[in-house]
Write a protein that binds this ligand. Structure first.
Ligand SMILES: C[S@@+](CC[C@H](N)C(=O)[O-])C[C@H]1O[C@@H](n2cnc3c(N)ncnc32)[C@H](O)[C@@H]1O
Length: 225
């Protein structure tokens, strides 16, 4: 069986044919979960975690002119900060599996150097070495095929590029919240630091670091330059 993901390339929407198997069905469930919440999503983001998120993104030291991929951009929480950090010569690609989340983001932010892509990161529709930075904010636990996604992120990063997996809460708080919500996201967990480090190193990343504090969780890794 196959299903289709639409993605934008050279300003036009294209369809990507994707094999449907058990994992993809799970992804579709995640997609439906977020699509169903897209219209009210922004009303549920509290100010304090938002401030933490801004601090994380601003603190990354993203170079002006960078090409950045926002994985699981949702309704675009970090997009304005990414646009500011990369500057007018930079480029931000905002990717999400849930088309309604993308639609809400697109209604809010529309710039010549901002592009929206509807896709599963595990089937990332980009050529090798496309990005200087790949940032996955509050999204990683929901990715069904984490190993595949991490390998895809490695592939689409430029040599010397950086991956950042981040959350505006500790790992424990994120995992507890998902357990509490249950339903389609009840099993969506951030793996422990050892498993994550192994996953990212196996994909080829070096200088993998995990910082799990009271207010935030940040993993960083580099593709060798
Ligand atoms: C909790 S929301 C976070 C949205 C946004 N990054 C933020 O911080 O507000 C997680 C997002 O990840 C998206 N997502 C989940 N799995 C994905 C995947 N495999 N590929 C791309 N996006 C995915 C969901 O559709 C959802 O919009």
């Amino acid at each position: 069986m196959v299903f289709y993901l639409a993605f934008r390339s050279s300003g036009r929407w294209k369809e990507l044919r994707v094999r449907q198997d058990e994992g993809k069905i799970i992804q579709r469930t995640v997609r439906d979960f977020f699509n169903n919440r897209a219209d009210s999503w922004d009303t549920k983001i509290a100010d304090d975690p938002k401030r933490v998120s801004e601090g994380i993104i601003r603190g990354l030291g993203i170079s002006k002119g960078s090409r950045v991929l926002d994985v699981g951009c949702g309704t675009g929480l970090i997009i304005p900060w990414l646009l500011e950090e990369t500057g007018e010569n930079g480029h931000v690609t905002a990717l999400d599996i849930a088309e309604r989340m993308l639609m809400v983001a697109r209604e809010k932010y529309n710039k010549p150097n901002l592009e929206y892509v509807h896709a599963d990161i595990a089937s990332a529709p980009f050529p090798d070495g496309s990005f200087d930075e790949v940032i996955c904010h509050n999204c990683f636990p929901h990715i069904a095929y984490k190993d595949i996604a991490v390998r895809q992120i490695f592939r689409i990063l430029k040599p010397g590029g950086r991956v950042t997996i981040c959350h505006n809460e500790s790992r424990e708080a994120v995992n507890e919240l998902h357990s509490l919500i249950g339903q389609e996201v009840g099993m969506d967990m951030i793996p422990d630091a050892e498993e994550l480090t192994c996953m990212f190193r196996s994909a080829g990343f070096v200088r993998v670091s995990v910082c799990d504090g009271d207010e935030m969780f940040v993993l960083e890794g580099r593709k060798p330059g």
